[in-house]
Design a protein around this ligand. Structure first.
Ligand SMILES: *[C@@H]1O[C@H](CO)[C@@H](O)[C@H](O)[C@H]1NC(C)=O
Ligand SMILES: *[C@@H]1O[C@H](CO)[C@@H](O)[C@H](O)[C@H]1NC(C)=O
Ligand SMILES: *[C@@H]1O[C@H](CO)[C@@H](O)[C@H](O)[C@H]1NC(C)=O
Ligand SMILES: *[C@@H]1O[C@H](CO)[C@@H](O)[C@H](O)[C@H]1NC(C)=O
Ligand SMILES: *[C@@H]1O[C@H](CO)[C@@H](O)[C@H](O)[C@H]1NC(C)=O
Ligand SMILES: *[C@@H]1O[C@H](CO)[C@@H](O)[C@H](O)[C@H]1NC(C)=O
Length: 478
């Protein structure tokens, strides 16, 4: 260690000399040996003991917690010639990091770490039954002048409300409270955190409405409030303010009402996920102005209205468009085929009618197109190459008036769950009937109009057709 230290010192001095042509007398050496205030060491030790357990005596940090032998999870920086803790990460992130005690608690000394910039807890409060803990509401304001990142992740035993005192941490750029047991309403005064760039409260049991004060996050890039029990309508004020936003995920809540027209003010948004809510009132026309959108996921909402109401070709950056199970009516607009970047298209489980545009075949990167469970009609016009490429990821089953033309598609590539067009079947059966008669075969058509085509025969080439009909009609029933 000593040798390495001297070497780096030597290299530093050489570089310094080259740059400034002066002899520097050992500043780096004294930097490395910089002291840490007694108060700071004590505060750090007792804070860690509060989370890790009283048995922990800091021997891992010997001889000093910020110098040559820091432990995982603690980082420091120099202020006025003294070391101060800047980052504290509690929880099993690395093999040798600090793991939490079963009876973990917030030690008030935490708030005396006056240069703390980043504080995170991962998998630390994990006993919801035996030791449920709420976040202390006290004293957070003492960290207001330094704390930039606060994170509680995967703490099932962390319950209660988000303390409104978090609203005093005005330097916060990142507030991440993900996968905990937090409940209650989100404090309105979180809206004071005007420097926030990331707000993620996903995977808790938060309820109540989204406060309109959240429109104050003018620097916010990522907002994820998904997987809670938030209710009420989407506040219009939200969309006036979040001008920088790139990702908005409010999925898996109980939000209702119409998506406000104001949503299109989020000009830079690339991801909008409002799926699995109770949104209604039809698709909002102004969505088509959100030309940066790459992922639009609105599935599983009783939205209603027409799919064709939007000029889809405006949203050329879309790679994911999921509008499944939204009670949508009308036809599938051909303009969707202009979204050349599309990889995933989900329009299944709606009430869509009309023909399926053949142009969907021209989506070069489409890896899944789901149209099943609608009321689409007509003969599929796609090429056999397309059916072969897509397999079951071209999902058209459950549209009882859709069929594919026989003869153009080999058995191997027929679209899954789709029947052969009736006219063609009749035509071929007629042909074959004639042929059978000529051949003195035994071919009987019991009901040529039935889509099930009750055929019985002992003619070899038809056997594969029967097998195919069974596959097509009986498998999807399971
Ligand atoms: C600190 O704890 C370790 C074991 O956890 C023990 O070996 C060591 O003696 C303790 N040091 C002090 C100063 O108590
Ligand atoms: C939107 O993105 C562009 C390009 O990245 C950027 O120049 C602009 O500042 C962003 N707008 C806002 C309001 O952040
Ligand atoms: C679907 O829309 C129809 C009107 O087109 C409406 O009567 C029906 O209640 C809606 N269904 C659901 C589940 O919202
Ligand atoms: C299709 O995907 C490839 C590979 O990811 C990409 O290079 C190409 O730009 C994509 N095409 C379109 C039209 O987005
Ligand atoms: C499907 O559409 C046809 C008209 O094309 C209509 O008669 C029928 O009622 C619709 N079925 C359902 C379940 O909506
Ligand atoms: C088949 O349908 C036509 C009209 O669609 C009808 O005239 C004919 O009787 C039907 N045949 C049988 C066997 O049901």
């Amino acid at each position: 260690m000593r040798g390495f230290r001297n070497l780096s010192y030597f290299v530093f001095v050489i570089i310094f000399l080259l740059h400034f042509g002066v002899w520097c007398n050992g500043d780096t050496e004294s930097t490395m040996a910089a002291p840490m205030e007694k108060n700071e060491i004590n505060a750090l030790y007792s804070t860690i003991q509060g989370f890790v357990g009283k048995w922990w005596n800091g021997s891992d940090l010997y001889p000093d917690p910020c110098g040559w032998t820091p432990i995982q999870g603690v980082s420091c920086d120099l202020f006025d010639g003294f070391w101060y803790v800047t980052d504290l990460n509690i929880g099993p992130i690395h093999d040798n990091s600090l793991s939490c005690a079963p009876n973990v608690e917030f030690n008030p000394n935490l708030y005396t770490l006056k240069h703390l910039k980043s504080l995170s807890f991962f998998n630390c409060f994990v006993s919801p039954r035996h030791h449920p803990t709420s976040i202390s509401t006290e004293s957070w304001e003492f960290l207001a002048s330094s704390l930039e990142s606060l994170e509680f992740r995967s703490n099932s035993g962390l319950i209660g409300q988000i303390p409104s005192t978090f609203g005093r941490l005005i330097k916060l750029q990142s507030l991440v409270l993900v996968e905990n047991g937090l409940y209650g309403e989100m404090p309105r005064n979180l809206g004071n955190l005007v420097n926030l760039q990331r707000l993620s409260l996903a995977g808790n049991k938060l309820n109540g409405e989204i406060p309109d004060t959240f429109g104050g996050f003018t620097q916010l890039l990522i907002c994820d409030l998904s997987r809670n029990s938030l209710s009420g309508v989407l506040p219009k004020a939200l969309f006036g303010g979040l001008v920088s936003l790139l990702k908005l995920d409010l999925s898996y809540n109980k939000l209702q009402g119409k998506i406000p027209e104001e949503i299109s003010r989020l000009k830079n948004l690339t991801l909008l996920d409002l799926s699995n809510n109770k949104l209604s009132g039809g698709l909002t026309k102004s969505l088509q102005e959100m030309t940066c959108l790459e992922e639009l996921v609105l599935s599983n909402n009783p939205m209603g209205g027409f799919l064709e109401i939007l000029d889809w070709q405006n949203m050329r950056k879309l790679t994911t468009l999921d509008l499944s199970n939204m009670n949508l009516t009308g036809g599938i607009p051909g303009s969707i085929a202009d979204l050349k970047k599309l990889r995933f298209l989900g329009l299944n489980d709606n009430k869509l009618t009309g023909q399926i545009p053949k142009s969907l075949e021209n989506l070069p990167n489409a890896s899944a197109i789901y149209l099943y469970g609608n009321n689409l009609t007509g003969e599929l016009q796609f090429s056999e190459w397309f059916y072969g490429k897509m397999g079951r990821r071209f999902g058209v089953w459950g549209n009882k008036n859709v069929c594919y033309p026989f003869g153009l598609v080999s058995t191997r590539n027929v679209p899954f769950g789709v029947k052969i067009c009736q006219q063609e079947l009749n035509f071929i059966i007629d042909l074959d009937e004639t042929k059978s008669k000529l051949d003195h075969g035994n071919f009987v058509i019991q009901d040529s109009n039935s889509s099930m085509g009750y055929l019985s025969y002992d003619n070899g080439i038809w056997r594969s057709l029967i097998v195919e009909l069974f596959i097509v009609f009986l498998l999807p029933l399971n």
